[in-house]
Design a protein around this ligand. Structure first.
Ligand SMILES: [Zn+2]
Length: 424
């Protein structure tokens, strides 16, 4: 438990649940109002030729009139936002399993066979993750990651809500998908619309710089910005959303704007990519790459026929090519290094090999222990190094970073809202 998590366990828990749920006039939402909000949201997205993910409580899906096919045609993905909008970390394990199984079957009845998942209030525990694994969700996007972009505008309630979410700091943890014991975790970026509007009390005109700062930082790092905007707040936040989409479209190398299910699909497809590198002697190496369409091959500090990409990297267009380098351009791990370290590096697009000392590599790591907190320093060490390196880009088609727009739909009616109080 980190200090934010510790703060979350303090006072104000029940009040935060009530405040978190009652904001934005959600008591008064009707299907018609939600339809209008989602329609406007989808129109803003269409203007920038992109889609979004809407996590929705299964109760609201079952009780509402949702034309799933029509939304799908508008590039909208629905994910599960609980059976009801309840704090899963307060539910017994058996009940969490039961809730998620029922939520999945309600989604399946509407033709959504393998949805993703986001916890209400971003609050989960190890049992939630186990229930998400058991229920076979495509991904989990419940870990809040807070970007240090608020700079002096923080309020007491802002800090409290971050504690309530048990948010981690993006300064310490990378904003990247990570497959953990068979479950793909996709972090959620904070501040979201609720942070900007309710916790920081910003006006629509004051909001854009905060999200633009997250976009700039995720782009600099090559990471993922999962923007959160509850559809009922689209009128208040449309200016900020538009600013982000416009800025993302203007960056080069580009930002991949994708739904969360597309990101999950890409992460799984790219994990199957392979790279072989045969020594032709005298520092020449023959490289062969296989992988999904859009796979990006990046090279640095080697001699290769390739176009400049960004910074020290160039982008190789071919799947078979030759490079000249004095050392093997992969990352070597000692036999005793943690399997989690190897898994993390591979997921990030690096090619790793176990070394027994005969071959010279640009970087050799000897780390029997590897924890989540070691990820960000390791990425910095690799990316700030200048040793010869061949790697896969994290995102398809040469994009430098990724952006996923998402908007949780908590409840449609007072009845739905009331269900959360009973949790069954
Ligand atoms: Zn919610």
């Amino acid at each position: 438990m980190n200090s934010l998590q510790a703060a979350a366990e303090g006072k104000g828990f029940g009040r935060m649940i009530r405040r978190g749920g009652a904001i934005g006039g959600r008591y008064g939402l009707t299907q018609a109002k939600m339809d209008r909000a989602v329609d406007r949201f989808a129109t803003v997205l269409e203007n920038h030729e992109c889609g979004a993910t809407f996590p929705l409580t299964a109760a609201a899906l079952a009780r509402g009139r949702w034309d799933i096919d029509a939304y799908r045609a508008r590039n909208i993905e629905f994910a599960v936002h609980g059976l009801y909008h309840v704090d899963h970390s307060r539910l017994p394990t058996g009940q969490q399993i039961e809730h998620l199984a029922r939520a999945r079957s309600l989604f399946a009845e509407r033709g959504i066979t393998r949805p993703g998942f986001r916890c209400p209030y971003l609050r989960w525990d190890e049992h939630t993750l186990e229930a998400v694994r058991q229920a076979g969700f495509r991904y989990d996007s419940s870990q809040g990651l807070v970007w240090p972009v608020v700079n002096g505008r923080e309020t007491e309630t802002y800090h409290r809500v971050l504690g309530f979410y048990r948010a981690l700091s993006a300064a310490d943890y990378p904003a990247l998908p990570y497959c953990e014991d068979g479950l793909l975790r996709i972090p959620y970026s904070l501040p979201d619309d609720e942070g900007l509007a309710d916790r920081l009390g910003l006006t629509p005109d004051e909001m854009p710089p905060f999200w633009l700062a997250i976009l700039a930082e995720t782009w600099r790092l090559g990471e993922l910005f999962v923007l959160g905007l509850h559809p009922e707040r689209i009128d208040l936040c449309a200016t900020a959303l538009t600013a982000v989409l416009r800025a993302a479209r203007a960056l080069s190398p580009g930002v991949w704007i994708a739904r969360l299910d597309e990101i999950a699909g890409w992460w799984a497809a790219r994990a199957e990519a392979t790279m072989s590198c045969e020594d032709d002697g005298a520092g020449r190496w023959r490289v062969r790459v296989t992988g999904p369409p859009g796979l990006t091959v990046l090279a640095r500090s080697v001699t290769v026929s390739a176009a400049p990409w960004d910074g020290v990297y160039c982008r190789v267009a071919d799947t078979e090519f030759e490079i000249v380098t004095a050392v093997r351009p992969f990352i070597a791990l000692t036999p005793r290094s943690s399997p989690r370290l190897a898994s993390f590096l591979r997921q990030q697009g690096y090619f790793v090999e176990t070394t027994h000392g005969q071959i010279v590599y640009g970087l050799t790591l000897d780390q029997p222990d590897f924890a989540a907190g070691d990820q960000r320093p390791l990425l910095r060490q690799i990316e700030e190094g200048d040793f010869p390196l061949l790697r896969f880009g994290r995102w398809p088609h040469g994009h430098r970073s990724a952006l996923a727009v998402s908007g949780d739909i908590d409840a449609l009616t007072l009845w739905d809202y009331g269900l959360r109080l009973f949790g069954r």
